[in-house]
Design a protein around this ligand. Structure first.
Ligand code: IPE
Ligand code: IPE
Ligand code: MG
Length: 240
């Protein structure tokens, strides 16, 4: 069966999908190295893959996807590589804004992205503004994002407001406060860690780790991950 341009695995139950997938896209550098290419080619291939996989994710009926694109720790990398990553995201959102609007895709950003170079910030704000009334899907990018940093900024907002917080009111102060928590988190490339991603929001997420490097993670791998998700028993502390 096909939905839109997406071929659907027979084993996938389309009525049991997560609402929000968060993806730690890892392995761009190793993907390039394996091919004898500089790291930037890995980032380019990784960015092209975002476009493809986002289409598959939304075709299947999943509402929200968050991509971890640049962490607060990634500043330890060479400046040239950092600039390359920002420019790839900028180019991607600029070139696809019209399609986002016509397809009902709201583009959002989380993290301290306002501290990035001005042309990048301007471009991110523009696409956020132009897609703000879109309501079919959310395409969320975590850029200059750290889970601890997000929590600390939310704590400082709460201090400014000056009232005690509840779990619900505190969650609203987070960058991702308007989104449901990710039900499902995928990390590619074989690393078994969170690397400071969405620490508060992942309290009850299901996790999936696979060896595939991000640029090679396609529709087939996505649906294998989703089948694994569907076979989990999410108890949330109960005995069901
Ligand atoms: C993930 O790929 C992309 C970012 C962190 C921006 P990496 O660049 O971390 O690739 P590896 O882990 O070195 O292979
Ligand atoms: C995590 O990948 C960050 C992103 C995917 C943006 P890293 O490659 O930076 O993580 P570590 O250093 O292996 O933990
Ligand atoms: Mg990495």
């Amino acid at each position: 069966m096909k939905i839109g341009k997406t071929k659907v695995n027979d084993e996938l139950d389309l009525s049991k999908l997560p609402q929000h997938i968060a993806i730690i896209m890892d392995g761009n550098g190793r993907w390039a190295k394996k091919r004898g290419l500089p790291r930037k080619f890995g980032h380019k291939a990784g960015c092209d893959n975002i476009k493809k996989i986002t289409r598959n994710i939304f075709d299947l009926g999943i509402k929200i996807v968050t991509y971890f694109a640049f962490s607060t720790e990634n500043w330890k990398r060479p400046k040239e590589e950092i600039d390359e990553i920002f420019n790839l995201i900028r180019k991607y959102v600029e070139e696809n804004t019209e399609d986002f609007v016509s397809d009902g895709i709201k583009v959002t950003f989380c993290g301290k992205y306002e501290e990035l170079p001005k042309d990048i910030v301007d471009s991110f704000k523009k696409v956020q503004n132009e897609t703000k009334y879109c309501s079919k899907n959310v395409l969320n990018f975590a850029v200059n994002y750290g889970g601890r940093d997000e929590i600390i900024r939310a704590v400082n907002k709460a201090i400014k407001i000056g009232e005690p917080v509840t779990e619900q009111s505190f969650a609203k102060l987070l960058d991702n406060g308007n989104l449901v928590d990710p039900d499902f988190v995928i990390r590619t490339s074989g690393e078994l860690r969170i690397s400071n991603f969405m620490l508060y929001e992942m309290a009850y997420s299901e996790f999936y780790f696979c060896k595939t490097y991000w640029p090679s993670f396609g529709n087939k791998e996505l649906q294998e991950a989703l089948i694994s998700y569907q076979n989990r028993n999410r108890r949330f502390g109960s005995i069901k």
